[in-house]
Design a protein around this ligand. Structure first.
Ligand code: UDP
Length: 234
């Protein structure tokens, strides 16, 4: 395998599957199967999952809820997703640990860097829930920072688009996909990969990002093996 330790970022929205809200059990099962394939090859897997299928901080403001309060609600939403994913992974026989950026000891461990690394070394899949535990951040920033902290080789951002395009492919069908692009080019061309905080963290710490379509079976495995799938940002 090309990568020994990966950080997989999954958006909360991806968990909705065909639904408009919440968690689609079929999608959870599908993702767990994909994750198992790489885990079975010895790849150490850390996961950050978003909460957009349940709640987003920016949404709160529109409904009159204080932004910071809304962000905490968003962080709690990620824990719900993380628990669902943990359960799905365990159903397929994987060993897992859920670590949270907000203390909630009845359901998960607090995030402790050295302990997270130890879990990974032992082959456990570590899910980082509750984001960074701070408002005004996103789960993309969580993915970048945690990946750096646990010394992952790469951040794999699983989305429903199969990479970074010259323009939004859903708006312009003539847009073309980059197979490889530098951090600098992404800045210069104003392409959207992650929010700037998340993106800059990766750039400054020389942590490559791969944007790929997580819904296509086999993609995660192919990338872990070193095949060129999606867009590599270096
Ligand atoms: N959030 C936060 N701090 C963090 C991570 C997340 O405040 O460190 C909040 C923020 O309100 C965000 C929500 O949690 O909107 C859900 O995360 P995100 O929108 O990143 O989820 P995704 O888009 O990946 O589903």
């Amino acid at each position: 395998m090309k990568y020994n330790r990966i950080l997989l970022k999954l958006s909360g929205e991806a968990l909705m599957g065909a639904n408009k809200y919440g968690i689609d059990p079929a999608r959870l099962e599908q993702y767990s199967t994909e994750i198992k394939k790489v885990r079975d090859q010895g790849v150490e897997v850390a996961i950050v999952i978003g909460g957009g299928n349940i709640f987003r901080g920016v949404q709160a403001e529109k409904s009159g809820i204080d932004r910071v309060q809304g962000d905490y609600m968003g962080m709690l939403a990620t824990v719900i997703n993380a628990m669902a994913l943990q359960s799905a992974l365990e159903k397929q026989g994987m060993y897992t640990r859920l670590m949270s950026g907000i203390k909630m000891e009845q359901v998960c461990e607090p995030f402790i860097r050295r302990r997270a690394i130890r879990h990974l070394e032992k082959g456990r899949i570590v899910i980082f829930g509750a984001g960074l535990g701070n408002p005004y951040f996103t789960t993309d920033s969580t993915a970048s920072l945690r990946a750096i902290e646990v010394e992952a080789d790469v951040v794999m951002k699983g989305t429903r688009v199969d990479g970074v395009y010259t323009e939004d492919p859903e708006k312009n069908p003539d847009a073309t996909r980059y197979s490889k692009i530098t951090f600098q080019e992404v800045y210069e061309k104003g392409l959207s990969v992650m929010d700037m905080t998340a993106f800059t963290l990766c750039q400054e710490n020389k942590l490559p990002i791969i944007v790929f379509d997580m819904n296509k079976p086999g993609n995660l495995f192919k990338i872990a093996q070193g095949e060129e799938v999606g867009t590599l940002i270096i």
